[in-house]
Design a protein around this ligand. Structure first.
Ligand SMILES: [Zn+2]
Ligand SMILES: [Zn+2]
Length: 273
């Protein structure tokens, strides 16, 4: 899952060993250069690597026009199909592994925020309970583990008899460029990881309003009211040579805050772990 594709992304993709032929979805928040200029190069590199698998791209509808025009002008033929879904508020993509929902961001052009959610998982399976219920080990156990009822000696055993309560999947939120708002806090409610616009320091709040971005404090306030587990600040203005003070300020509002940086790996545990 690639969230936006600024210049230099393909270099990072190669540097961090992200497979070019893997199942992948690319979510583009809006058509500002720092979010989209790397896309064409990445698609070309995928073609050079003989990618065959379809690639999902979600973004504002004009993104499809931009891709079409530039690839026609530059004579770029891709070795794989692109499934493009125009972004709009609501659920945009549903696969067995995750779904993608969007809402409008508050930025200077048409822009979207996204959440990527895993489906809930069945509860923990207790072999002892299955044995006591007379279910022999084997196929019937795996049916129960998948949340299906089974028949044993004319009696029905429900998954709830042998498993714990269903467990929620993980949820990751990504703001793109936006002003904060209570509506966005509701949209990001309960995220295990929220990646949020933190272009400005709290002391530069007037610039954040003017340029339709957020400050580190505003990002932290959204994270706090959305009751997320962890906040990653991103999209820092180049005016700040050291983002440490932005993180510090955000932590005074929402302690579990980190700064995103190139190559950072973040472990996202399941909500119940
Ligand atoms: Zn922007
Ligand atoms: Zn931007």
């Amino acid at each position: 899952m690639l969230l936006d594709c600024g210049e230099g992304v393909q270099r990072q993709v190669l540097a961090h060993g992200v497979g070019l032929n893997k199942e992948m979805s690319i979510l583009i928040t809006h058509l500002h250069g720092d979010h989209v200029t790397g896309l064409l190069g990445l698609l070309q590199t995928m073609s050079m690597a003989q990618r065959r698998r379809p690639l999902h791209i979600i973004g504002p509808s004009k993104l499809a026009d931009w891709l079409k025009v530039t690839s026609t002008l530059l004579n770029i033929g891709l070795t794989f199909p692109v499934d493009f879904s125009p972004a709009r508020p609501g659920t945009i993509l549903r696969t067995p592994d995750f779904r993608v929902r969007a809402t409008r961001a508050l930025h200077s052009v048409e822009a979207y925020c996204y959440v990527v959610e895993e489906p809930g998982r069945p509860g923990i399976f207790y072999p002892q309970r299955a044995r006591s219920a007379g279910v022999p080990e084997g196929k019937l156990w795996s049916r129960l583990q998948r949340g299906k009822k089974v028949e044993v000696d004319g009696r029905t055993v429900a998954p709830s008899e042998v498993t714990g309560p269903p467990r929620p999947g993980r949820k990751i939120g990504y703001s793109g460029d936006t002003r904060p708002s209570p509506r966005l806090a509701r949209f990001f409610s309960g995220c295990d990881l929220l990646i949020f616009d933190s272009t400005f320091h709290g002391k530069d709040g007037d610039k954040a309003v003017e340029r339709k971005h957020s400050t580190c404090v505003e990002a932290a306030e959204v994270a706090k009211s959305a009751r997320v587990r962890r906040l990653a600040l991103t999209h820092f203005s180049a005016r700040y040579t050291n983002v440490g003070s932005l993180v510090k300020q955000a932590r005074s509002v929402f302690p579990p805050t980190i700064a995103a940086r190139d190559g950072l790996t973040v472990d996202v545990p399941y909500p119940d772990s």
